[in-house]
Write a protein that binds this ligand. Structure first.
Ligand SMILES: [Zn+2]
Length: 175
């Protein structure tokens, strides 16, 4: 059974009023999700499913860490994950997802949690995520600093310049 298959829950097969499941998800899970931006991580997910009249209540607790590129230096950075989420799952005629209510086709009765868990994790990622101060890739930090100082000091630079450029400058001024 691959890691994505085990995240499919057969709702009609749930016999007990309460079911608790535990999953350990790693890079294999993230890589198997076609189109996921996050490719590396290590997550632990606890799911408790409560059977009620006409619906199932799913409570998720996900913790661990994911590895994503830093916005500033583009090196990998580790982001901690610790999130609780609740979903109401019902059986109906066609699949639908609205707010926290998911309708699963009754003839299949399968809830695929793979993307749902990924979405919980993706919500934890801040829009701008960078390494802690001083932890960025030093080479990239230096390159970025040089780039920004080049831009600001170009005009008032007193360095001797190539005579051909000096001529061009004169031409520009006399225009
Ligand atoms: Zn960084």
């Amino acid at each position: 059974m691959n890691s994505l298959e085990s995240l499919k829950i057969d709702l009609k097969g749930l016999k007990d009023e309460e079911t608790s499941l535990e999953f350990t998800l790693d890079d294999t899970y993230l890589e198997a999700l076609d189109g996921a931006d996050v490719k590396k991580g290590s997550l632990h997910v606890s799911v408790s499913i409560r059977k009620a009249t006409g619906f199932f209540e799913f409570n998720f607790h996900t913790d661990g860490e994911i590895v994503i590129p830093c916005d500033r230096c583009l090196d990998d950075m580790t982001l901690p994950v610790d999130t609780d989420n609740c979903l109401i799952v019902k059986l109906g005629s066609v699949y639908s997802e609205e707010d926290d209510v998911i309708v699963v086709p009754e003839n299949e009765g399968i809830l695929d949690m793979a993307w749902l868990i990924y979405e919980f994790v993706a919500l934890v990622i801040p829009i701008r995520h960078v390494h802690a101060p001083g932890k960025c890739n030093p080479a990239m930090t230096q390159a970025l600093e040089e780039l920004s100082s080049d831009r600001s000091s170009d005009e008032e630079s007193n360095q001797p310049i190539d005579p051909r450029w000096a001529k061009l400058k004169d031409l520009n001024i006399s225009k």
